[in-house]
Design a protein around this ligand. Structure first.
Ligand SMILES: C[S@@+](CC[C@H](N)C(=O)[O-])C[C@H]1O[C@@H](n2cnc3c(N)ncnc32)[C@H](O)[C@@H]1O
Length: 332
């Protein structure tokens, strides 16, 4: 029988995806330093703390002030003495590392997207099943909301957003409808937008997903500039990892997973010259080694937590810095 978990109970709401798998992938080391870039409800962080012995540090980062309040609760528990809550967007990881004098780390975890705490609160505006303001910001204190984008972009801008971030095949029709509707009144609520999309592309008609799903995904990605943030955090994370340190990323849609996959492939390659080039001239030094195949939730996890069905986890390990680079560094 599995031993009972000692993970402290944080407020109910979010069921952590690939919990054991992600923590094991981080390969927790006694006294290590870790970054959880997406603290959320603290599920991964709590189990990681359980596995860490010695004087470990865990930087619990989240853009959402509510998640940071939960990280502070965890920090007050005996298990959480190594927790350092940091309210920040992970796109600013370099600044966070500077501010907190983090020289290097043993692991970085990113469990992308949003938590059920956010999804299930009408006032955050992430879900069309609740009537709420169209906000969708991970950090409601920063930047334009979804309503701001919807009510200011032109037809091309809206169509581009829906197509690129939502892979919405009716992007132009929906964009035109939004612009037409704006002439009478701004679109301000989740149910208002969902109804507009439904009227434009037709009802559900037996489809498994609601017709507004892709529109909502696209807006959320745009509002939080999620793909740019991911690109920034990956680049800084790899530079912060110690040799043998682990990068573990859980993605929930193909756009972010593609970015993670391509990043790891490039950082693991010995040559990044264009394939048509006969001789290598890039002098590229791989910094990562891919660990195993991408991991997906098993059927039992999917049946107990359907939200996990689209999750895909990729793992990579920092390679030692080659000697020539080390020598160059020590002589400069
Ligand atoms: C899927 S939840 C994480 C759940 C967490 N692993 C757990 O076990 O409870 C994702 C979290 O990442 C945060 N987040 C998403 N993008 C972020 C970003 N660019 N910077 C900081 N936090 C971000 C969200 O606010 C949300 O709380």
């Amino acid at each position: 029988m599995e031993p009972q978990s000692q993970v402290p109970s944080l407020p109910d709401g979010h069921v952590t995806v690939l919990l054991k798998e992600a923590v094991e992938a981080l390969n927790p080391k006694s006294g290590g330093t870790y970054i959880d870039g997406t603290f959320g409800g603290g599920g991964h962080s709590s189990m990681l703390l359980e596995r860490l012995t010695g004087n470990a540090s865990l930087y619990a980062i989240d853009a959402d002030p509510d998640a940071i309040a939960r990280a502070q609760q965890l920090a007050h528990l005996p298990l959480g003495s190594g927790v350092r809550p940091v309210h920040a967007n992970f796109r600013n990881l370099q600044q966070v590392a500077r501010d907190h004098e983090i020289a290097d780390v043993d692991g970085v975890l990113l469990d992308l997207g949003l938590s059920s705490f956010q999804l299930d609160r009408a006032e955050r505006g992430f879900a069309f099943r609740f009537d709420g303001p169209l906000d969708m910001r991970f950090d409601p204190t920063q930047g334009p909301s979804a309503a701001d984008l919807l009510n200011t972009l032109d037809t091309d801008g809206l169509a581009h957003l829906l197509w690129h971030y939502g892979e919405e095949s009716n992007s132009r029709r929906i964009a035109r409808e939004i612009i037409a509707r704006r002439e009478t009144a701004p679109i301000e609520t989740t149910t208002d937008l969902a109804a507009l999309v439904e009227r434009t592309v037709g009802g559900r008609r037996g489809k498994a997903i609601h017709p507004a799903t892709k529109t909502f995904q696209a807006l959320r990605i745009a509002v939080n500039d999620e793909l740019t943030a991911l690109g920034h955090v990956l680049a800084v994370a790899v530079a912060l990892l110690k040799p043998g340190g682990r990068l573990v990323v859980i993605a929930f849609h193909s756009l972010e997973d593609r970015l993670v996959k391509q990043f790891i492939a490039r950082e693991s390659a010995t040559c990044i010259c264009p394939p048509e080039q006969p001789v290598c001239t890039c002098d590229h030094t791989p910094r990562l080694r891919r660990i195993g195949k991408p991991v997906k939730p098993d059927p039992s996890e999917i049946s107990t937590n359907p939200r996990s069905r689209s999750a895909i986890m990729r793992i990579a390990e920092r390679l030692p810095v080659p000697e020539t680079t080390t020598m160059m560094r020590s002589t400069t």
